[in-house]
Ligand binder design. Sequence first.
Ligand SMILES: NC(=O)c1ccc[n+]([C@@H]2O[C@H](COP(=O)([O-])OP(=O)(O)OC[C@H]3O[C@@H](n4cnc5c(N)ncnc54)[C@H](OP(=O)(O)O)[C@@H]3O)[C@@H](O)[C@H]2O)c1
Length: 264
Amino acid sequence: MKRFANKIIWITGASSGIGEALAYEWSKAGARLILSGRRLGELERVKAACMYSELCVTLPFDLADRQQIETAADRVLQQFGTVDILVNNGGISQRSLVMETDLQVDRRIMEVDYFSGVTLAKKLLPAMTATGGGHIVVISSIVGKFGFPLRSAYSAAKHALHGFYESVWAELHTQGIRVTIVCPGRILTDVSLHALTKDGTPYGIMDHGQKNGITAASCARKIIKAVRSNKKETYIGRQDLLMVYFKRYVPWLYYLLVSRVQPR
Ligand SMILES: NC(=O)c1ccc[n+]([C@@H]2O[C@H](COP(=O)([O-])OP(=O)(O)OC[C@H]3O[C@@H](n4cnc5c(N)ncnc54)[C@H](OP(=O)(O)O)[C@@H]3O)[C@@H](O)[C@H]2O)c1
């Protein structure tokens, strides 16, 4: 973990769940953290609980607002010059059927889960390449590898991340840019509580899958291990990961299983 000491790591979605757990793990390693999310109170709580809270700053902004994202990136570049690791983690899930979901909800999920990270990457890549490189860690999902009922927009946004960041790597790895795309399965966080329903209101229910998922702390440790070993793509979960391999190697089995999932 020594290699992360004094590294500047910007984590979006640091006010809860996986982002919060990443903050605690990287703080133990002596990293300088920028903690982002909308809820300043929660960000301050996370900062105070970090091992080296004096090395952490909070920077609240809304990932759905391009202006706020660009202003936040300008502030980071002004204060730190560059970022060693950008963790595009902040995101929102979905619990609604294709035919019932308002198009505004599809667009919002695309903004928060896809365009926000693209905006941040475009703002930071010039500084990263000018200073010898940087690492972008992208929190996708296993549904970034296959479609799933009630997740149409979420799955689409997560799929889009793969195309964008694989292309970033292809264009910029010779300039020191590394990319790690993380595909978690079910992780015990509030993600289903915050998920959007057909009209954009929060789902508000702790799903069985999340309740029985692996802990955010365990997920964070696996993410950091993948970053340390410069993995390009990694899957984190239990038997839920099998669907990734069914889709890739036994597609008929994936289609059979996904057709039997009860959407509600
Ligand atoms: N938990 C799982 O089972 C699972 C599985 C696969 C992938 N993931 C992915 O993991 C990432 C983290 O989710 P989580 O499980 O830790 O859920 P979570 O506890 O709900 O955390 C989501 C984080 O994203 C932030 N966020 C959401 N909307 C935002 C907005 N408009 N502007 C700024 N920040 C926003 C939230 O902060 P504020 O509310 O303070 O804004 C919060 O810190 C997400 O990208 C999610 O898709 C989770």
